[in-house]
Design a protein around this ligand. Structure first.
Ligand code: AHR
Length: 505
């Protein structure tokens, strides 16, 4: 069966800019995401650039990664930056108690992370230690990295071989303080956020973008407490104490104790997962509504700095390493999220998928033994969506045979977002229906299409995924765009993600 849906887009009514930072990545010291996956060390026989796996870096560059969040996550709140600067062989070792109780060599420290960002042409997003650190420790990290003049910390940086300060805008004031970051109450953390923000200073012409640690999914009271703290008089001043407020929301098909397998799932699981993924829109919008009450001028940005699917770990792997496969189901979840980000770009300014390599909804799966670097279906969704980075968002009005049901849920089966830049319109479309095709007619108003092309990510089985043996089983292919001279149309296979690009005349 083929459904028919119309997507009406006023191409001459551009909305907010879709910040490229909505396509951000996250690389935590967790499992083999950083050590082994990205970092092989400078003595490695593996092809590397300054210790980073060359093939992984090259693959990630295909995504136009705008920023990388580091070193955690929960790890950030037990990380002490002074252990990760200076000569590598002299750095103390520690135990990563949060993730697998394994040894942490501190070989990837501040300078190495910033080198990775350079290699990726990405901005660093450093998450500071509020949970087990101190205001002084974080203040000194900012000083070490961003002060141009003389100071004990700036001199220490010079002693470590770096004369010029780094430009680092994005600073997280701790992570999940309501959980692994200290089990704090919202008001207690709000006070800390103001205190830490105060001592993370702008040195010289450096201007930090301080991001207070935000709510878990639907904890709107947390957002309220933080907004009340930063805008006690009901409005945010010119230069608020923190410039961003974060939010974490993961997609699961069931409860935390029974998340299910990444690759073995039923059609009912599929429906439940996509319905769950779609919920991110109302969650984001409800946090935005709270922020709007305190900050109607939208000076504070919302930052969804952890999102993605979370399944049971792959059988036989360390449960503390969060290593999971990624299928077409993950690809569709990613597409739904990116569409929501593009549609809420007025307030949502940054988002970071968890995580870049080998952890949770990864872009790349790296086999440490064979060295194989595999692009996941989610990787391809990010690559296809790249066209929206820094473009002007366009509203997409969907109408027609939209509602589908299964697994006890009823949802619109098409997800969409669009943007325009340089005389072109890009439309992302995902067919969330696991069994039915959808023909989408693109009714572009206010501009005449000159040429059109599309690509689609689809596969025969919902659980199809890429492996070292079949690295390209799931990859984008050309999709026919019909209707030259009239309304354009594409037919989306079941469970697929597409991007259509239209040049206007
Ligand atoms: O991304 C994995 C973990 O999930 C992060 O460390 C933590 O912030 C979240 O709970």
């Amino acid at each position: 069966m083929t459904r028919r849906v119309e997507a009406v887009i006023d191409v001459d009514v551009p909305g907010a800019t879709i910040s490229r930072h909505l396509h951000g990545q996250f690389a935590e010291h967790l499992g083999t995401g950083v050590y082994g996956g990205l970092w092989v060390g400078t003595d490695s026989g593996v092809d590397h650039v300054d210790g980073f796996r060359a093939e992984a870096v090259a693959a990630l560059r295909e995504l136009g990664v705008p920023n990388v969040r580091w070193p955690g996550g929960c790890f950030a709140d037990e990380y002490h930056w002074r252990d990760g600067v200076g000569p590598r062989e002299q750095r103390p070792r520690m135990v990563n108690t949060h993730w697998g109780d394994v040894e942490e060599t501190n070989h990837v420290g501040t300078a190495e992370f910033l080198r990775l960002c350079e290699l990726l042409d990405a901005e660093p997003y450093i998450c500071g230690n509020v949970g087990s650190g101190s205001v002084r420790e974080m203040s000194e990290w900012v000083d070490y990295l961003t002060r141009d003049g003389r100071s004990p910390m700036a001199d220490l940086r010079r002693a470590h071989g770096r004369d010029e300060p780094w430009r680092i805008r994005f600073w997280g004031l701790g992570n999940e303080p309501w959980g692994c970051g200290g089990q704090l109450r919202a008001d207690a953390y709000a006070d800390l956020a103001l205190q830490y923000a105060t001592y993370c200073r702008d040195h010289g012409d450096s201007r930090l973008y301080r991001i207070a640690a935000g709510a878990d999914s639907e904890d709107y009271a947390w957002t309220e407490a933080l907004m009340r703290a930063v805008a006690p008089t009901g409005t945010v001043g010119e230069r608020p104490a923190f410039q961003g407020l974060s939010l974490h929301h993961y997609t699961l098909a069931g409860p935390w104790h029974a998340k299910g397998s990444a690759t073995r799932f039923s059609v009912e699981d599929w429906w439940r997962t996509v319905a769950e993924a779609r919920r991110v829109e109302s969650i984001v919008r409800r946090h935005v509504a709270v922020m709007d009450r305190y900050d109607p001028e939208r000076r504070i940005g919302l930052v969804l700095d952890e999102w993605g699917t979370w399944w049971d770990v792959e059988p036989g792997t360390n449960p503390g390493f969060l290593h999971q496969q990624g299928t077409m189901r993950d690809a569709v979840v990613a597409a739904v999220h990116l569409d929501v980000f593009h549609r809420t770009a007025e307030r949502l300014v940054m988002a970071n998928v968890a995580q870049a390599v080998n952890v949770l909804q990864a872009m790349l799966l790296v086999d440490l033994e064979t060295g194989a670097v595999v692009r996941t279906p989610t990787f391809h969704v990010f690559e296809m969506a790249r066209v929206h980075q820094d473009a002007a968002s366009l509203a997409v009005h969907l109408r027609g045979d939209l509602i589908g049901s299964g697994g006890g849920v009823q949802i619109p089966v098409v997800s969409a977002s669009a943007s325009t830049r340089d005389g072109a319109v890009h439309v992302s479309l995902a067919n969330l229906h696991p069994q039915e095709r959808v023909e989408v007619v693109l009714d572009l108003r206010g501009g005449s299409p000159r040429t059109a092309a599309a690509r689609v990510l689809a596969s025969d089985d919902l659980a199809d995924h890429n492996t070292a043996a079949r690295p390209d089983l799931v990859r984008p292919r050309e999709l026919a765009v019909l209707g030259a001279g009239g309304p354009l149309a594409v037919t989306l296979p079941p469970a697929s993600v597409a991007v259509a690009s239209v040049e206007l005349g």
